[in-house]
Design a protein around this ligand. Structure first.
Ligand code: GNR
Ligand code: NI
Length: 176
């Protein structure tokens, strides 16, 4: 396992449309292992492969919350390969979203409250799941990454331009 570098706005790779995985090879398993390590280290609740500069339709996620006693968090790792949203609720819900590729910026985004997602798991098995709450928000945020879409695309042009400008300036100064 190794940590990979998370690419940050305004890196143009974030706008790429990722390619489907044809077969779950050892290289894909290695990528998934590295994505989990990178996601837990960040820390984040989800990660799309393009965020570590791999334009492949692979997502890792772990929505487990630390327990009240402050004990060890049980990990609930989930992997989605070639995920597709096959149904969406008419009902919408609002969550304050953040993105590891747009660090320390948070805004409310409205999305369908529930979705049904079809994907391939690490064993190459086709699966379907219903998602609601944070799971629904996160899977939509991650599938957007696979299509080169970022959560700032749902904000007003004014807000998006402000964020782009801030991160473009920061990149010119050399990161910070
Ligand atoms: O860690 C993350 N938290 C989060 C919070 C609300 C909605 C979406 C997310 S995903 C984000 C990690 C990330 O950038 N995934 O692409
Ligand atoms: Ni993100």
């Amino acid at each position: 396992m190794s940590l990979r570098e998370i690419i940050i706005l305004p890196d143009k790779q974030l706008r790429l449309v990722s390619k489907p995985v044809e077969k779950v090879t050892p290289d894909i398993r290695q990528l998934v292992d590295d994505m989990f390590q990178t996601m837990y280290d960040a820390p984040g609740i989800g990660l799309a492969a393009i965020q570590v500069a791999q334009p492949l339709r692979v997502i890792t996620m772990d929505l487990a919350k630390p327990d009240a006693e402050g004990g060890e968090t049980r990990r609930e790792p989930r992997v989605f390969i070639n995920p597709e949203i096959i149904a969406r609720s008419d009902e919408l819900s609002v969550y304050e979203e953040g993105c590891l590729s747009i660090p320390e910026y948070y805004e409310e985004v409205e999305r369908p409250a529930r979705v049904r997602v079809r994907f391939i798991d690490l064993d190459g098995k086709l699966r379907e799941e219903d998602a609601e709450g944070l799971y629904a928000t996160c899977i939509q945020h991650e599938i957007d990454h696979l299509n080169g879409v970022l959560f700032i695309d749902y904000l007003s042009k004014l807000k998006r331009d402000r964020v782009m400008k801030k991160f473009t300036k920061a990149a010119k100064r050399g990161g910070e």
